[in-house]
Write a protein that binds this ligand. Structure first.
Ligand SMILES: Cc1cc2nc3c(=O)[nH]c(=O)nc-3n(C[C@H](O)[C@H](O)[C@H](O)COP(=O)(O)OP(=O)(O)OC[C@H]3O[C@@H](n4cnc5c(N)ncnc54)[C@H](O)[C@@H]3O)c2cc1C
Ligand SMILES: Cc1ncc(C[n+]2csc(CCOP(=O)(O)OP(=O)(O)O)c2C)c(N)n1
Ligand SMILES: [Mg+2]
Length: 582
C-alpha cells in the first residue's frame, strides 16, 4: 500500500466519490492511486485547474458535501487559486490536493519548486505539507473535518516521492499511534441562548414594519422563512446567494436587493422599522437601513458575523432553520398587514415593468429577452449557474426561481468564468436534473476549453452565452460610476456555436426576439451538451432599480468626454429611464 492509497482510501471513507483535477509529474503518485480505485472514486479531468477548483466549489454549493480538486506542483497549484478563493469567500467546504517536488529537493530552486503551502497561507484554513507516508492518514482526516465543519478550504500538499512510497518501508514515529483519527460525522448543533430568543421575539413583536433579509444561510429554511414572513407580515428580501430561499412566485418575497435588485426590496429596507437578517452577509451596506433607523435581529451560524453589516440589538447564533424553529412559537401574528401589502403591490408593478423590458422586439435583441425566454422554459428542478457581469443583472431579474431550482454565482469573490465549471459540477452531482449556465462572452471565453470536458463525460449541460461583444459590466461602470468613456472593454468576437460544434457538442444562435423562444426550446431539448449564443444589444444598460442623481451625472459626463458609442447609447439608454435624469 502506498501513501497515495492511504490518501485516496481515506477520502473514500469520508464519502468522497469525485475529484476534479488535472495530472502532472508532481502528482502522478496520487493519480496512480486514483486509477486503481476508479471503481469507487471518479476522476474528472478538466482542461484548466482553475475550472477544477470552481467545480469543487460548485459541487459543494449544490450538494452541501465536500468538493475536492487536485493539481500538480508549481503551475497546477497556482492555477487552482481563483476557484479556491471563490469557495473560501462563499463559505464552501473544499479540499485541494497538490503535488510538491521531491522532499529532499524542496527549497533548492529545482523545477516547479513552489512552496504551495506558503502560497496558500492566506487562503486555506487547514494547510499542511505531508512529511512522510505515515503522516497522511492524520492529515487527511483533519483537512476534511476542518473544511466540512468550518465551511472553508483545506489544502494538502504532497511531495512527489512520498506519494508512491510504500507504508511498510517507512517507520512510524513512536507517538503516532496507527488509526488514532476518525471519520465520524459531527454536525454542529449550535443554538441561540433562550434569553436571546426571547429578546429577539420581543423586538420583532413590537415592530410595525418588519423587513426580512435572507441569504444563502437560509437556503435550507424555506418553510420557516415563509412562516416567519406570514406571522410578521414582513416582505422577504433576498441577497443574491439566497435567490433560491423562496421561489419568486411566493407572495412574501420582493426578490433581490442592490444594484441588480428590485424597487420594492429597496423601499422595504428604506422604510422598515425592524430588520430580521437570516443567513446573510450582504455586502452593499448602503442598501440597508441607516444604522439606528431600524431595530435589528440577526441569525447567523458564524458568531463572528453578528453585527457585521448592521448594528443589531440581538444576535442569534445557530443554523437558520433550527433557530427559526425556536423563534417561531415566540412570534405573534401581526394584524396589520399593510407593510407586506404595499410590497406586494410594488411587486405587481415591478413584474409588469420586467415583462415590458423582456418582451421588446428590437434588433439587436435586448439581453433581457434571452433571460426571459430561458427563465420561463426552465424545469422546476433546474440548477442555474451565472457569471460575473451584466448577465448577473439579467439572471437576477428575469430568471425567476421556481420549484426546487438552485441558483448560484460567485458571490463574494465575484469572479468571472465560474459559470461553466459550476454547471459541469452540478450535472455530475445530479445527472438527471437540468443544469444550465447563463454566462457572458467575456467570462465564457476565459475557461471555454472546459466545454470539451462536458463533451468528454457526456454531460448534457446547457450554456447560454449572452454575446454583447464587450465586457459589459465594466463598460457601464466606467461610464456610470466614474464618468469616463469606455476603454479596453471590446471583445474580439468568437463564433461560440461553431466552437461548440468543434468540441463535439451542439451550437445554436439566437439573434431575433421573434424566434428566440423557439430556439431556446430546441436548445434545451437537444440531448447532449450544447451552447446557445444569444447575440444582444451591447448598449442596453443594466439600470439600478432607482438611478441616483450622481450616477446620471457621471453617465452624462462620460458621453460628453468622448464615449465612442455616445450617439447610439443616447438613442438606446435615453429612450429608457435614464432620459428622465440625464
Ligand atoms: C456582478 C455581481 C453583482 C452583484 N450584485 C449584487 C447585488 O446587487 N445584490 C446582491 O445581493 N448581491 C450581489 N452580488 C453578490 C454579493 O457580492 C454577495 O455575494 C451576496 O449578496 C451575498 O449573499 P448572501 O448574503 O446570501 O451570502 P454571504 O455573504 O455568503 O452570507 C451568508 C451568511 O450566512 C451564514 N450562514 C451560512 N450557513 C448558515 C446556516 N445554515 N445558518 C445560518 N447562517 C448561515 C454565513 O455565516 C454568512 O454570514 C453580486 C455579485 C456579482 C458577481
Ligand atoms: C477574473 C475576473 N476578472 C475581471 C473581473 C472584472 N469584471 C467583472 S464583470 C466583467 C465583465 C464581464 O464580461 P462578460 O462576461 O462579457 O459579461 P457582460 O458584463 O458583458 O454581461 C469584468 C471584466 C472579474 N470580476 N473577474
Ligand atoms: Mg459581454
Amino acid at each position: 500500500m502506498t501513501a497515495s492509497d492511504v490518501l485516496v482510501e481515506s477520502l473514500i471513507e469520508w464519502g468522497v466519490d469525485v475529484i476534479f483535477g488535472f495530472p502532472g509529474d508532481g502528482i502522478n503518485g496520487v493519480m496512480e492511486a486514483l486509477r486503481t480505485h476508479q471503481d469507487q472514486i471518479r476522476f474528472v479531468q478538466v482542461r484548466h485547474e482553475e475550472a477544477a477548483a470552481f467545480m469543487a466549489c460548485g459541487y459543494a454549493k449544490y450538494t452541501g458535501k465536500l468538493g475536492v480538486c487536485l493539481a500538480t506542483s508549481g503551475p497546477g497549484g497556482i492555477h487552482l487559486l481563483n476557484g479556491l478563493y471563490d469557495a473560501k469567500m462563499d463559505g464552501q467546504p473544499v479540499l485541494a490536493i497538490t503535488g510538491m517536488q521531491f522532499h529532499d529537493l524542496v527549497g533548492t530552486y529545482t523545477q516547479q519548486d513552489v512552496a504551495l503551502d506558503r502560497l496558500y497561507l492566506d487562503l486555506a484554513t487547514y494547510n499542511e505539507r505531508i512529511m512522510g507516508p505515515t503522516h497522511v492518514e492524520n492529515v487527511v482526516d483533519l483537512a476534511v473535518r476542518t473544511a466540512l465543519s468550518y465551511r472553508t478550504v483545506s489544502h494538502i500538499t504532497f511531495p512527489v516521492d512520498f506519494q508512491e512510497m510504500s507504508l511498510s518501508k517507512r517507520q512510524r514515529s513512536k507517538r503516532n499511534v496507527p488509526h488514532h483519527t476518525s471519520h465520524a460525522d459531527a454536525n454542529g448543533a449550535m443554538l441561540a441562548a433562550r434569553e436571546d430568543l426571547d429578546r429577539a421575539a420581543e423586538i420583532l413583536n413590537v415592530g410595525k414594519k418588519v423587513a426580512i433579509l435572507v441569504g444563502r444561510g437560509a437556503l435550507d429554511a424555506r418553510l420557516e422563512v415563509e412562516q416567519a414572513a406570514e406571522k410578521l407580515g414582513a416582505p422577504v428580501i433576498k441577497a443574491l446567494l439566497g435567490k433560491g430561499v423562496l421561489p419568486d412566485d411566493s407572495p412574501y418575497t420582493t426578490g433581490g436587493i442592490g444594484l441588480l435588485g428590485t424597487k420594492p426590496s429597496q423601499e422595504a429596507l428604506e422604510e422598515c422599522d425592524t430588520l430580521l437578517m437570516i443567513g446573510s452577509s450582504f455586502p452593499y451596506i448602503e442598501y440597508l437601513p441607516k444604522p439606528g433607523d431600524a431595530q435589528g435581529v440577526q441569525i447567523d451560524m458564524d458568531p463572528k458575523r453578528i453585527g457585521l453589516r448592521y448594528p443589531v440589538e440581538v444576535g442569534l447564533v445557530g443554523d437558520s432553520r433550527a433557530v427559526l424553529r425556536e423563534l417561531l412559537p415566540r412570534l405573534r401574528r401581526k394584524d396589520n398587514r399593510s407593510f407586506l401589502e404595499k410590497a406586494q403591490k410594488g411587486m405587481k408593478e415591478w413584474w409588469k415593468l420586467m415583462e415590458e423590458r423582456a418582451t421588446r422586439r428590437d434588433i439587436p435583441m435586448k439581453p433581457q429577452v434571452i433571460a426571459h425566454e430561458l427563465g420561463k422554459r426552465l424545469r422546476d428542478d433546474a440548477i442555474v449557474s451565472c457569471d460575473s457581469g451584466t448577465i448577473a443583472t439579467w439572471w437576477a431579474r428575469h430568471i425567476p426561481v421556481r420549484g426546487n431550482q438552485m441558483h448560484s454565482l460567485s458571490g463574494t469573490l465575484a469572479t468571472m468564468a465560474n459559470g461553466l465549471p459550476y454547471t459541469i459540477a452540478a450535472q455530475i452531482a445530479y445527472p438527471d436534473r437540468q443544469c444550465v449556465g447563463f454566462v457572458g462572452d467575456g467570462g465564457f471565453s476565459m475557461l471555454m476549453a472546459d466545454f470539451a470536458t462536458a463533451v468528454k463525460y457526456q454531460l448534457p449541460i446547457k450554456i447560454v452565452i449572452v454575446k454583447n461583444g464587450t465586457l459589459g459590466q465594466i463598460k457601464w461602470e466606467q461610464m456610470v460610476f466614474l464618468g469616463n468613456p469606455e476603454f479596453g472593454v471590446e471583445l474580439q468576437p468568437i463564433d461560440f456555436a461553431a466552437f461548440a460544434h468543434a468540441c463535439g457538442g451542439a451550437g445554436f444562435t439566437a439573434e431575433d426576439p421573434a424566434d428566440c423562444g423557439r430556439i431556446v426550446e430546441e436548445f434545451l431539448n437537444v440531448p447532449g451538451p450544447a451552447v446557445l449564443q444569444a447575440v444582444v444589444d451591447p448598449l442596453e444598460p443594466p439600470l439600478p432599480a432607482k438611478v441616483t442623481a450622481d450616477q446620471a451625472i457621471k453617465f452624462a459626463e462620460s458621453l460628453a468626454r468622448g464615449e465612442p458609442n455616445r450617439t447610439k447609447i443616447a438613442l438606446t439608454a435615453l429612450s429608457d429611464k435614464v432620459r428622465e435624469l440625464v
